[in-house]
Design a protein around this ligand. Structure first.
Ligand SMILES: Cc1cc2nc3c(=O)[nH]c(=O)nc-3n(C[C@H](O)[C@H](O)[C@H](O)COP(=O)(O)O)c2cc1C
Length: 147
């Protein structure tokens, strides 16, 4: 199954760590969402969208990519995030899933874990996250997508 992962990871590279594990497990290609050229999406059977959660949303670059695509007629997609707090990622996932569904994607799964976050204080929260257990969970998630 040819898989493309589009991601945005600007704060501490937290989401990139998850994107890399999922990509390795699936043999997928990873591309920053801001540098993606839409002409190539038809080559792929499965598209992953991943982002840190910024102001309770997936990054705008991912919204822009999806909004610019033609209708997808049931192409498979999954989403993943890293976040300061799970409460915010749940809202962000619901909103982004609605956008994917509107565009005609069929959602195969979603994954989220905490990520180191210094947005509100120098000391930060979730230091060390994503950790080895999170990376393992991301790998399990990716294996589940293949089944
Ligand atoms: C500008 C900014 C806004 C953020 N807003 C939120 C938020 O609304 N809710 C939340 O739970 N985390 C928030 N975070 C924390 C990030 O979601 C978290 O650190 C994430 O792991 C960053 O991923 P990245 O390192 O891949 O960019 C914010 C971080 C930044 C820098």
């Amino acid at each position: 199954m040819k898989t493309l992962i589009l991601y945005h990871s600007e704060h501490h590279g937290n989401t990139k760590k998850i994107a890399d594990v999922i990509a390795k497990t699936l043999g997928a290609e990873t591309v920053p969402a801001s540098g993606f050229h839409f002409s190539s999406i038809d080559e792929y059977d499965l598209i992953g969208f991943g982002s840190g959660i910024y102001y309770s949303r997936f990054h705008d670059s991912l919204y822009r990519v999806v909004e610019s695509l033609p209708a997808q007629n049931g192409k498979k997609a999954f989403l993943f995030s890293t976040t300061g707090s799970k409460t915010y990622s749940m809202c962000a996932h619901e909103s982004f899933k609605a956008l994917l569904a509107d565009k005609g994607f069929a959602i195969s799964g979603e994954f989220s874990c905490l990520g180191f976050d210094t947005a509100l204080s120098e000391e930060g929260i979730n230091r060390g996250k994503p950790d080895a257990a999170d990376l393992k969970a991301a790998e399990r998630f990716a294996k589940g997508l293949i089944k």
